[in-house]
Write a protein that binds this ligand. Structure first.
Ligand code: GDP
Length: 414
């Protein structure tokens, strides 16, 4: 089984503590759980399932990587969410997550804006040039100010933050957004906990502001695309949604633009829309550069492409204990394919390890899978001696992926 990597996303959610990372992850798991259920049964069971799964999901949320499915524009996506520690004491761990993920959702509180840990994590992400989108959460709280946070991302983090939305309503009445790309209003439906939305006219009082911010958005993306720039000056109305999204994606992948959206995960608003933008704008494993390592025997540089036909190479990024399956090692596979029951070579210990089983952590179950291929993330069990940072690979084609000298977060200001 090999997956079309175009539809895979390896993402992290970075946030200052208390900005709502747990709540947002919980909503993502809920939606993906319901998505699966919707295929099998009828929609009515969503709420009871949610209650019943709450406890098991509590375990999943703290997992180093959790896998969810997401349907976007008729394609089924496979998303691995890699835990990105929020606390400043875990800089090495943040570095390691940044290494194995391909894109970030950067969460801010709409009230507190850019906070110290957002700054540290932002600079670490800059060191790796990680493409990111911003999600301004807690829009229902008093004092919430989306555009103020966008301004802080520009000024305090020195990044080209560009709003894709304007909030409709505020605090208690926050219910939707103006979608600046499509020039329409959307209001999230409450009966399915914000999993879907209804299109509405742009409220009169927001028409002027919408025109201003849409123009800023078009100008920002046109900067990265010459044909768009011509259209922008000749006839901006002729620019299509697809053209905007494609140019925006290119600029986001280059980490030149940080698209910003908003919501309230606690009130089930906006998480769905944010996830759609993850599919649309953040990289697949095919969009990132091939990984480099060294051959431990010859010291030569080795480059591996995200292709199942290449020799196997994976980085162990977290060792954990799971109440159901015991000691687990989370790996990011960069090239090749690993079958359950086969042997891998550990370049640090110079030993072979048998991997008895391979798992992916889902909202409500640990899923045993027969194999894991390039571009994907999974947890393996059965090993004796694997440490975080170890490279697991094909014995005949050895490679060391990680050198332990991570970039210093203090240098390299945005
Ligand atoms: P984390 O530390 O980033 O994981 O944050 P949590 O998800 O645990 O949220 C911290 C607190 O903020 C909790 O009390 C949440 O209920 C609350 N919270 C999270 N998201 C929202 C939101 O969108 N609106 C409001 N009003 N509260 C929220």
């Amino acid at each position: 089984m090999s997956r079309d990597l175009k539809f895979t996303r390896n993402i992290g959610i970075a946030a200052h503590i208390d900005a709502g990372k747990t709540t947002t992850t919980e909503r993502i798991l809920f939606y993906s759980g319901v998505n699966h259920k919707l295929g099998e049964t009828h929609e009515g069971s969503a709420t009871t399932d949610w209650m019943a799964q709450e406890q098991e999901r509590g375990i999943t949320i703290t997992s180093a990587a959790v896998t969810v499915g997401w349907k976007y524009r008729d394609n089924q996506y496979h998303i691995n969410i890699i835990d990105t520690p929020g606390h400043v004491d875990f800089t090495v761990e943040v570095n390691r997550s940044l290494r194995v993920l391909d894109g970030l959702v950067f969460l801010f509180s709409a009230v507190d804006g850019v906070e110290p840990q957002s700054e540290t994590n932002w600079r670490l992400a800059n060191n790796y040039n990680v493409p990111r989108i911003g999600f301004v959460n807690k829009m229902d709280r008093s004092g919430a100010d989306f555009l103020k946070v966008v301004g802080q991302v520009r000024e305090m983090l020195g990044s080209h933050a560009v709003p894709l939305q304007l909030p409709i309503g505020s605090e208690d009445t926050f219910k939707g957004v103006v979608d600046l790309i499509n020039n329409r209003g959307i209001v999230w439906n409450t009966e399915d906990k914000g999993m879907t939305f209804t299109e509405v006219p742009i409220p009169d009082e927001l028409l002027e502001e919408t025109a201003v911010w849409r123009e800023k958005l078009l100008e920002a993306v046109a900067d990265y695309d010459e044909t768009l720039m011509e259209k922008f000056f000749d006839d901006p109305d002729s620019i299509t949604e697809r053209e905007i999204l494609d140019a925006l994606r290119a600029a986001t992948l280059d980490a030149k633009i940080v698209p910003m959206v908003c919501g309230s995960s606690f009130k089930n608003k906006g998480v769905q829309t944010m996830l759609d933008y993850v599919m649309e704008l953040l990289p697949s494993p095919l969009d990132v550069e091939a990984i480099e390592g060294t051959n431990p025997k010859t010291e030569e540089v080795v480059v591996r492409k995200p292709d199942v036909k290449e020799p196997f190479a994976a980085l162990a990024f977290k060792i954990a204990t799971d109440p159901f399956v015991g000691r687990l090692c989370f790996i990011r596979v960069y090239s090749g394919n690993l079958e359950a029951g086969s042997y891998v070579y550990n370049t640090r210990s110079d030993n072979k390890e048998r991997i008895s089983r391979i798992f992916q952590m889902h909202a409500n179950k640990q899923n045993a899978i027969p194999n894991v291929g390039a571009g994907d993330i999974a947890a393996v069990v059965g090993f004796k001696d694997i440490k975080t940072g170890d490279t697991l690979c094909d014995e005949k084609n050895p490679i060391v992926l990680e050198s332990m000298d991570f970039p210093d977060p203090v240098i390299g200001l945005a």
